[in-house]
Design a protein around this ligand. Structure first.
Ligand code: TMP
Ligand code: ASP
Length: 265
C-alpha cells in the first residue's frame, strides 16, 4: 500500500472510532489504518483534574512522531506510519492490549509513594510494572498472574511486551541523555497487529512528555506532565524545550497555531 498517496478526507466526513482523554481516533484512508488526533486536553488522577492547555496536542504529536519514527528505524515495531499534519498522524489499526506498561529507572510518583523510596533515587535496575487499563477501577497495578488468568495477554505476549519495553527504555534513555534529560520513567501501550495470517505485538498509543517523566540532568527541573499534575505551571514551555532539544521545533515555530502571521516583505 502506498501511504504517501493518502487521499484527503474532510474532517466532517470522517468516522470517529474512539475518543479518549487526550486523543481521538478516526477511521483512516485505507482499511487497517486509523488517524490519531492529539487534543489539547490535559487530565490527571483519572480525569479528576482537567484543563485545556493550548498547543499541547501539537507538541505531543511532533514529539511522539519523532520517537515512533526512530523506533521503527531501529527495528522496534510500532503502529506509526507517518505524521499527517499539526495534530494528526496515520497509524496502523491494532487491537489494544488493556495494559499500561510502566518502565522505571529512577524512583518517582506512585512507586515512591507505595514503597517509601525517595523521589530521585536511582533504582538497582529497570523495573517493569503492569497496570490494568480501566478508568472505573483507577488503572490498578496487576501481576503477570492476573494478566494471564483473566486472558488480557498470553505468557508469550507478556514476554514480547517486556522485550519491547526494554528496547524502548534503552533507546529512550540514550536519546534523552544525549540532550541533557534523565528518563525517570515512562508508560507505553502495546497492540496486536494482524497482517495476513500473522499477528505480532507492536508499540502503540503515544510516547510524549504526557507519558514520561523527564528531568533536566543538571537542574532536575521537570519537563513533563508532572508540571500539570503538581501545579508547577510552564507545561508548554517545558514541552517546547524538549522538542527544541530534539531538534524538531525551530526557534520560530510556534506550537499554538494562533492564526496567520504577517510576513514582512
Ligand atoms: P506513576 O508513578 O504515577 O505510576 O506513573 C509512572 C509513569 O507512567 C509516569 O511517567 C507517568 C506515566 N503514566 C501515564 O502515562 N498514564 C497514567 O495513567 C499513569 C498513572 C502514569
Ligand atoms: N492518570 C493519568 C495521568 O495522571 C491521566 C488520567 O488518568 O486522567 O497521567
Amino acid at each position: 500500500m502506498d501511504f504517501n498517496k493518502t487521499r484527503y478526507i474532510p474532517m466532517s466526513r470522517r468516522r470517529r472510532i474512539y475518543e479518549g482523554k487526550a486523543k481521538v481516533l478516526y477511521e483512516g484512508p485505507e482499511p487497517g489504518t486509523l488517524i490519531q488526533h492529539f487534543k489539547d486536553d490535559a487530565t490527571a488522577f483519572n480525569a479528576k483534574k482537567h484543563q485545556v492547555i493550548e498547543g499541547k496536542g501539537v507538541l505531543n504529536n511532533r514529539i511522539s512522531e519523532y520517537i515512533f519514527q526512530h523506533l521503527n528505524d531501529i527495528g522496534v515495531p510500532t503502529h506509526f506510519i507517518r505524521r499527517l499534519n499539526m495534530r494528526e498522524q496515520l497509524i496502523r489499526e491494532v487491537e489494544i492490549i488493556p495494559l499500561e506498561v510502566v518502565v522505571r529507572n529512577v524512583a518517582a510518583g506512585s512507586l515512591s509513594q507505595r514503597l517509601g523510596i525517595e523521589e530521585g533515587t536511582q533504582l538497582p535496575r529497570s523495573i517493569i510494572e503492569f497496570y490494568y487499563k480501566n478508568d472505573q477501577l483507577n488503572d490498578p497495578m496487576v501481576s503477570e498472574e492476573h494478566i494471564t488468568a483473566f486472558g488480557w495477554a498470553t505468557p508469550q505476549e507478556i514476554d514480547d511486551i517486556m522485550a519491547l519495553a526494554i528496547r524502548v527504555n534503552d533507546f529512550l534513555s540514550g536519546l534523552f541523555l544525549g540532550i541533557g534529560i534523565r528518563l525517570v520513567d515512562f508508560k507505553m501501550e502495546c497492540g496486536r497487529l494482524f497482517e495476513s495470517d500473522m499477528m505480532r505485538i507492536v508499540v502503540a498509543d503515544e510516547i510524549s512528555p504526557d507519558s514520561c517523566r523527564l528531568w533536566d540532568v543538571k537542574s532536575n527541573e521537570k519537563l513533563d506532565k508532572d508540571r500539570f499534575r503538581r501545579d508547577l505551571g510552564g507545561l508548554i514551555e517545558a514541552y517546547t524545550d524538549v522538542a527544541k532539544r530534539l531538534g524538531i521545533m525551530t526557534e520560530n515555530e510556534r506550537p499554538m497555531g494562533a492564526g496567520p502571521v504577517l510576513v514582512k516583505g
